[in-house]
Design a protein around this ligand. Sequence first.
Ligand code: NAI
Length: 349
Amino acid sequence: MKLFETVTQMGHEQVLFCHDKDHNLRAIIAIHNTNLGAAMGATRLFPYQSDTDALNDALRLSRGMTYKAACANLPVGGGKAVIIAHPQDKTKDLLRAYGRFVDRLNGRFITGQDVNLSPDDVREINKETSYVVGTQERSGGPAPITARGVLLGIKAAVSHRWQQENLQGLRVAVQGLGNVGKNLCQHLHDHGAKLFVCDLDPKKTAEMKRLYGATIVELEKIYGLDVDIFSPCAMGGILNEFTIPQLQASIVAGAANNQLKNEGLDSCLLQEKEILYCPDYVINGGGLINVYNEMIGYDEIKVFQQLNNIYNSLLEIFNIAKTEKITSFEAAQKLAEKRIMNVKVKQVA
Ligand code: NAI
């Protein structure tokens, strides 16, 4: 990999390679952009096949965090860290050694829990640095707020597509009934939507049927359903060249991260089918809003106010996409970059 060419092209400010021989630590901290504030991004521990895979993950995810924060209108920047290790080799010493590297950045990077790290692991890192979030859950976890954000995103998409906000009678297919999906189902039911659901776990689908009269659908049939909205709330990569041709929904709006398998290609496929796609990192920004507010002192009223940014940003994104004849995915990046540049211009002036 041509390192400087890559970071120049992707726009990173700083990439830190952390090595502590005594505690077997190999980690990469990528700080993408701090124009809006300190770089926030969780730490992922993963047995990457190669150092290049680890670096690519850190670079890609940190840039995603910059865009996510900008679209949520939060005064934070984007970062991400990866620890290259097998979960079974995770030790308290390794975590604390990592915490010391985070601390040396003096608040330029604030981190938390991602894949293969538990709240207890974050507490271990916290013994070496105060620049962590998620050690005390004052809010009861991010999922309910993420679900509220997704509901607002759905309303924005419905408003753009059908010039109404009323969800009464709309048919919504929800894929994945975990912490976010089940909360979303409740909101959609309360708003009069008709639910179609699937999950790997039959107990979860049965619960949605019992509580909200949801229709249970087989896993693979969820894509081709005759519905108005498809809401992916399970895993990434589910929008691709095989699933997009099956979609009959007019709107795709869900919480799952990295929904598009190939961002450039699949966002165009969706646009060609005239499907309005809510970029995942915009519509699922409630999780970051929640974490940010835990950091500054949790105030539910402020959190709910900030959630409206998801609605407003999505409307702006749809309008940019329409006016400039680009995909909503490209429009979201444009909006984020504009907000970051505006701050830079003010700082220079
Ligand atoms: P979760 O782990 O609680 O739930 C995921 C659900 O998806 C589980 O019930 C699982 O059985 C189901 N599932 C897995 N594979 C499936 C498949 N092939 N078909 C149907 N169902 C399947 O996760 P959570 O917290 O609800 O998050 C959902 C998605 O939203 C994830 O992609 C997550 O990264 C993303 N997200 C979550 C946030 C949060 O606040 N929890 C914030 C931002 C994004």
